[in-house]
Design a binder for this molecule. Structure first.
Ligand SMILES: Nc1ncnc2c1ncn2[C@@H]1O[C@H](COP(=O)(O)OP(=O)(O)OP(=O)(O)O)[C@@H](O)[C@H]1O
Ligand SMILES: [Mg+2]
Length: 473
């Protein structure tokens, strides 16, 4: 077959929705004329540039001939950092075989150590670039037991942790590639490595990092010292005969960013990450709560370095005198024992979060257990300004929007309130162009281009969003 010489030019195309039945396979349906102009055939790999860079497999779409569009599924749109109606550019990619690919999972509860091969089989022939999110469909085993020489014996006495298969989508991030900076294709020879750390993604597909946290720089610094130092330099502690801290409680009113901080931490630290949800562990493992806690701590030690995150610890470890039920008292006692039993290597750290520090069992707050208590305070004016900048990042803002002034006016607002405020202002700007969008019209192009958030939208948002402090005091 004679192929046209491929010009290395980029072409701008408008994004349209790809139907569900064709989603999830990296396929990009492209206007047939554009395919021809770029010298592309169905099956060729293209590079896509929106706010982010990604890749995909071109498919010629006769139905879209002459429309100047490309159809992408939701994940591809996240990877391109662009949405329906926006423009992106594409060009034919130079593709290299992937020598090695390093993936970071986005769920803490799945053990991937021995599932790299299964993941690879599902990714063969897939084109990726660094930073892409990839979805793998299938069955995964949750927290399988490691190569423990005692495992047979433990099973006999029913001490072994249960294997739980889960069916679903596993979302991973391409953290690193060899060769880097290229569009690569995964082959049978590609070495797949799955990181221990876990990344949390926000709704636009970005990984939560410290850059997503406004204010709180002192708190971040403090937590990093406590958590990262012993993990990175255990010999320092050993040399000075100092036992590294093994427990931190973060406390503060709702919405100040406690969970956000932990999400960022999980990405920065190469550690195995296990979550315990305080209220949930009682209902899910009714009667078996203590056993489940023991299992989690054992797993953490076996797979160290590990971080155990206990969300809403007040639900599992309130002051014992407040408890009437024997069972609940036993759970608190179990947690104390487990904290004491953690080896002092500094590679298992428990981070707990609560709104009600004063209700937590005194025994747990003793040195050697949770020996750091860090208050996460509502942001001051500078913190609010930073948070507003974070939550307006990438949004079309009119030049009359004065974020400093909004920070001044939002005394008492916590991060979650400010996020709600930015969202409400955006909703208000949508409402202002809504009359121009006919709801049955497919391409609200003009409306999209005029969409911009103005100070007036923030002002009306300020009327309806009230700060948490007023709601909780
Ligand atoms: N300091 C901050 N910087 C940026 N965004 C923030 C900040 N604090 C809170 N937010 C926003 O508010 C959301 C909720 O915050 P988060 O879940 O971390 O609060 P929390 O302190 O854990 O509250 P709770 O006590 O209810 O668990 C975050 O996902 C984030 O979008
Ligand atoms: Mg929280």
């Amino acid at each position: 077959m004679i192929r046209r010489k491929q010009p290395q030019v980029a072409v701008n195309l408008r994004i349209e929705r790809l139907e569900k039945s064709r989603s999830g396979r990296s396929l990009c349906y492209i206007d047939e004329n554009v395919m021809f102009d770029l010298g592309l055939s169905t099956g060729d790999i293209i590079e896509i540039k929106g706010r982010k860079r990604t890749t995909g497999i071109a498919v010629s779409s006769a139905a879209d001939k002459g429309k100047g569009i490309i159809r992408l599924d939701l994940l591809q749109r996240l990877n391109a950092g662009a949405t329906i109606g926006e423009n992106i550019s594409i060009l034919k990619a130079e593709v290299y075989p992937a020598i090695e690919i390093q993936l970071t999972p986005t769920r803490p509860d799945i053990d991937l150590k021995r599932q790299a091969d299964a993941i690879k089989n599902k990714l063969i022939d897939k084109p990726v670039v660094i930073g892409d999110i990839v979805d793998v469909y299938g069955t995964f085993v949750q927290r399988e037991e490691g190569e423990n020489p005692m495992s047979d014996l433990m099973k006999k006495f029913q001490l072994g942790s249960r294997k739980r298969a889960t069916l679903g989508t596993l979302r991973l991030i391409v953290e690193n590639l060899k060769p880097p900076d290229k569009v690569v294709k995964i082959t049978r020879d590609t070495v797949i490595k799955v990181n221990k750390k876990v990344a949390a993604l926000n709704h636009t597909g970005d990984v939560f990092t410290y850059n997503h946290i406004g204010g709180l720089s002192d708190e971040i610094q403090k937590i990093r010292e406590i958590v990262e130092l012993p993990l990175k330099y255990p010999e320092l502690f050993h040399r000075l005969r100092v036992k590294p801290s093994q427990g931190i409680i973060l406390y503060g009113i709702p919405g100040v960013g406690k969970t956000l901080l932990i999400k960022a931490l999980t990405h920065e630290i190469k550690a195995n990450f296990i979550t315990i949800n305080g209220p949930e562990i009682f209902s899910r493992y009714s009667g078996g709560t203590e056993g489940r806690l023991r299992e989690i701590f054992r797993e953490a030690e076996e797979n160290a370095p590990s971080i155990i995150f206990i969300d809403k610890i007040d639900a599992i470890a309130p002051k014992r005198e407040l408890l009437s039920e024997k069972v609940e008292q036993r759970v608190v006692a179990q947690l104390l024992t487990l904290m004491d039993g953690i080896q002092s290597r500094g590679d298992v750290i428990v981070i707990a979060e609560t709104n009600r520090i004063e209700d937590i069992d005194e025994g747990l707050r003793r040195p050697g257990r949770f020996d750091h208590e860090i208050e996460i305070k509502p942001p001051d004016i500078d913190g609010r300004f930073e948070i507003l900048k974070i939550h307006t990042r990438g949004k079309p803002l009119h030049k009359d929007v004065d974020l400093k002034l909004i920070a001044e006016k939002t005394q008492g607002f916590v991060g979650a309130d400010l996020m709600a405020l930015c969202k409400e202002a955006a909703m208000d700007s949508i409402r202002s162009v809504l009359p121009q969008i006919k709801l049955n019209e497919v391409h609200p192009d003009d409306a999209l281009n005029t969409l911009i958030i103005k100070m007036e939208h923030f002002n009306s948002a300020l009327e309806c969003i009230k700060p948490a402090i007023l709601r909780f005091s």
